[in-house]
Structure formats: C-alpha cells, structure tokens
Design a protein around this ligand. Structure first.
Ligand code: 48F
Length: 260
C-alpha cells in the first residue's frame, strides 16, 4: 500500500499564499514585463531571462502558447523556416525538414518545450492575469509599467481596481490586437503612436518584415510578433512561425541593449 503524507488544509493554504506573495513582491519591480505568452513573447522571455533580466510574462489565459496550440485550423503542425530552427534546436524541439530550410514541428511539443525553456531560464509566467493599461512617467515621457487585473474579475464585470507593476521595458506580445500599444496610443497621444492595422496575408514577405519592425515603439514600450504587424501595417502570414520566434529574439536583444 502507498502511504501518502497527510497535509492539513490550513497548511496547504498557508504555503500557497506565502510563496505566491513572495513572488509577487518581487514581480512588482521587474526589469521587463511581457504581455502575452504566445511564441514571440515566450521567445523574448527566454532570451531576456538568460541575459539575467528579471522578466515576467502576464498571460490572460490559464495556459501558455497563444496561437501555437490551434495550429492552422486546429491541425497540430506548424511550419518553421531558417534561421528560426536555431531557436527550436536550442530549446529541444524536434523538427522534420521537408525541404531545404523548411521544417514542420508538432504544436504540443513546441509549446511545452518553449514554455519549459522560459521557466528554466528564470522568467515567471503568471496565468489568468490581464494587462489593461500602462503606467507612464514624464521627462522623458516613457512607459514605466502596466496595470494588471485577474482575467476572471474582468470577466465578472465587477468594479475592481487593478494593481500596478513597474518595469524598465514593457513588451506588447498580445498578437493580432496589439492591446497594450493600442491603449497607450489612445491614452497617451503625446507618444504619437499611429496604428495602421494588419494587412491581408502575404507570407513570403511578411516574415522578414515582422522581424525587422519588431522593437521599440515608444520609450519603454516594445512590440513583437503579430502585434508588430498591427502597429506597423504589415501583412499577416498564417501558420508559419519563424518570424514569431525571431522577432522575440530580436526584441529581447534590443531591450537588453536599451536597459543596460
Ligand atoms: O497571438 P499570440 O500567439 O501572439 P504572437 O506571439 O504569435 C502569433 C501567432 O500565434 C499566430 C500567427 C503566426 O503567424 O499569426 O497568430 O504574436 O499570443 C498572444 C497571447 O497574448 C495573450 C493571449 O491570450 C495570447 O496567449 N493576451 C492578449 N491580450 C492580453 C494577453 C492582455 N491584455 N493581457 C494578458 N494577455
């Protein structure tokens, strides 16, 4: 018979509360806040944490991966192209080379291994939290953090104020809606952010354009992945994910440089 250690309910609660609050006391003063645990946000988190930056990802849903899991029409494979295969190799995702420089990967393995690499590198992924605003400072005008609320509280429609998290850099990795840059553009017109919106698909050119254009949008505020397509008016590309990974790596390098 297996003897299972008996744990008092009260103690279970105490352990959870104590160690959650310990993490949050540190998270409120982060180097980098990333909004969205999709492929670009997770790749950025991996490289930032590896470089020693205190990095947190806030993800609205209770799972990481963003658009990876749905693949294309729920088919469980996506396509990766060179040089993004380097990143897949680094985090241990197996790839099938189907033509020179073009690879097919399994979506579950992609999410699981990228997520594990982010956590092992030292970044925190906090699920069930929605970012709905930024905080800013003047002289110079810059984004200096975010406002966070439980997704479940937002869904309930209850009037509950958020908490604020300070950061040297905020990365909008929210995908097609570019939610964080949209709110900054609306509430901080002095930042002069225009959002032309994403164009229809043209995968062959979209991949390079997204990577090239990912980076700083305003002081302290950055974009990666499909948020970049929305903010820069670039075409979409569907279920090819190289640019998501490479834009995450590129923006991580830019942030590491800027907050040195
Ligand atoms: O959409 P998503 O996967 O972003 P991405 O990194 O990758 C795009 C691809 O998945 C795909 C594509 C590839 O060619 O076109 O669409 O640009 O992940 C965005 C994540 O952000 C979360 C959302 O739940 C998703 O997991 N998210 C969005 N808004 C918020 C948020 C928010 N306000 N607060 C917290 N999380």
């Amino acid at each position: 018979q297996i003897r299972i250690k008996q744990v008092d309910e009260k103690k279970i609660s105490q352990y959870i509360i104590k160690y959650t609050m310990e993490d949050w006391m540190s998270i409120v003063d982060s180097d980098v806040v990333i909004v969205g645990a999709g492929p670009s946000g997770m790749t950025a988190a991996y490289y930032l944490a590896k470089a020693g930056k205190k990095t947190v990802i806030f993800e609205r849903r209770l799972s990481f991966g963003g658009g990876i899991g749905g693949g294309a029409m729920n088919f469980h494979k996506v396509v990766i192209e060179t040089p993004a295969n380097e990143i897949m190799e680094e985090v241990g995702v197996k790839m099938k080379e189907v033509e020179e420089g073009v690879f097919v990967v399994d979506t579950a393995e992609f999410m699981a291994k990228l997520g594990a690499a982010v956590v092992d590198a030292g970044a925190k992924i906090i699920h069930g939290v929605t970012v709905d605003d930024v905080i800013f400072r003047e002289d110079p005008l810059r984004v200096a953090g975010v406002a966070v609320e439980w997704t479940s509280t937002q869904m309930s429609g209850l009037h509950v104020d958020p908490l604020f998290i300070s950061a040297k850099a905020v990365l909008d990795a929210t995908g097609h809606d570019s939610e964080i840059i949209s709110v900054a553009a609306r509430k901080l017109p002095e930042l002069n952010i225009q959002i032309p919106g994403e164009k229809s698909a043209y995968s062959e050119i979209a991949e390079e354009l997204v990577v090239m254009n990912s980076g700083k949008v305003a002081e302290g505020l950055y974009s990666s992945g499909m948020a970049t397509a929305e903010v820069r008016g670039l075409p979409r590309m569907g279920p090819i994910f190289g640019a998501m990974l490479l834009s995450g790596r590129k923006v991580a390098e830019d942030i590491i440089h800027d907050i040195r």
